[in-house]
Ligand binder design. Structure first.
Ligand code: HXC
Length: 257
């Protein structure tokens, strides 16, 4: 499959997607969105892939939705085309997905990173929702996901001023899981992804699904969901293998079954 706006690689059990529109700081146009979804379709269909990593360049993860593509759209056009609905498919993926962010993650770029299960940031990462400066607001989930991740006060401040947040503040605020030196970003994220991919795939996917329920339901319903899924895990061979391996003091060999 030849892609024009992304580079797609498989490294062991990890699928790596590198956003590749350097001339536009990886601005997210519709071609890129389509290609990201094609690559994700392929990774999700491939039973060998246990984790997906999305990254950009050292200068920019992505500087937002493509402003030049959007600028002249009318309301009926943007409404009828249902622009950006493809991002719901990105956010709805079932396999674990990590964003490795260096440089700018602005607007839709920050929102894309937040659609992943967690973010590992390089120390030069800069996050922001600057849409207000363009006369709009976040439109790919930013008002909701940023608020859930960093709380109302900071989300309001970020979205109303459009200011950027550095990596250290982003980690302190709960936006990113971990900050690493720029040179370590890809090796460290790939190591983390390989660790996840070495687990049982169905168990990792059920864990992701269950954590994501926390954003949708009350505590008691979330705990009920967790209990049901936890019990269901005892129907897998991998639960038997994982616990037997512990008892026998050996490494588990998961079969994704
Ligand atoms: C289209 C973009 C772009 C974008 C950068 N470029 N961001 N093109 N859409 N979002 C292009 C520039 O036009 C320029 O192209 C080239 O990339 C390099 O950018 P420069 O501005 O020259 O680089 P620099 O001076 O280093 O500044 C970097 C920057 C700045 C601070 C990141 O580019 C910037 O502010 N970008 C816009 C950030 C933003 O507002 N994002 C939110 C977008 S709205 P040329 O051809 O001139 O060399 C959004 C809405 C999401 O994301 C919700 C949708 C539903």
């Amino acid at each position: 499959m030849a892609y024009e706006t992304i580079i797609v690689e498989t490294r062991g059990k990890v699928g790596l997607i590198t956003l590749n529109r350097p001339q536009a700081l990886n601005a997210l146009n519709s071609a890129l969105l389509n290609e990201v979804n094609q690559a994700l379709d392929a990774f999700e269909a491939d039973p060998q892939i246990g984790c997906i990593v999305i990254t950009g360049s050292e200068k920019a993860f992505a500087a937002g939705a493509d402003i030049k593509e959007m600028a002249s759209l009318t309301y009926p056009q943007i409404y009828l085309d249902n622009q950006f609905s493809g991002w719901e498919r990105v956010a709805g993926r079932r396999k674990p997905m990590i964003a490795a962010v260096a440089g700018f993650a602005l607007g839709g770029g920050c929102e894309f990173a937040m659609m992943c299960d967690f973010i590992i940031a390089a120390d030069n990462a800069k996050f922001g929702q600057p849409e207000i400066k363009l006369g709009v607001m976040p439109g790919m989930g930013g008002t909701q996901r940023l608020t859930r991740l960093i709380g109302k006060a900071k989300a309001m401040e970020m979205c109303l001023t459009g200011r950027m947040m550095g990596a250290e503040e982003a980690e302190r605020s709960g936006l990113v899981a971990r900050v690493v030196p720029l040179a370590d970003l890809i090796p460290e994220t790939m190591r983390t992804a390989q660790t996840i991919a070495s687990m049982s795939l169905p168990i990792a996917m059920m864990t992701k699904e269950t954590i994501n329920r926390a954003d949708e339901v009350s505590l008691s319903e979330g705990i009920r969901f967790e209990r049901r899924v936890f019990h269901a895990m005892f129907a897998t061979a991998d639960q038997k293998e994982g616990m037997a391996a512990f008892v026998e003091k050996r490494a588990a060999e998961f079969k994704d079954q």
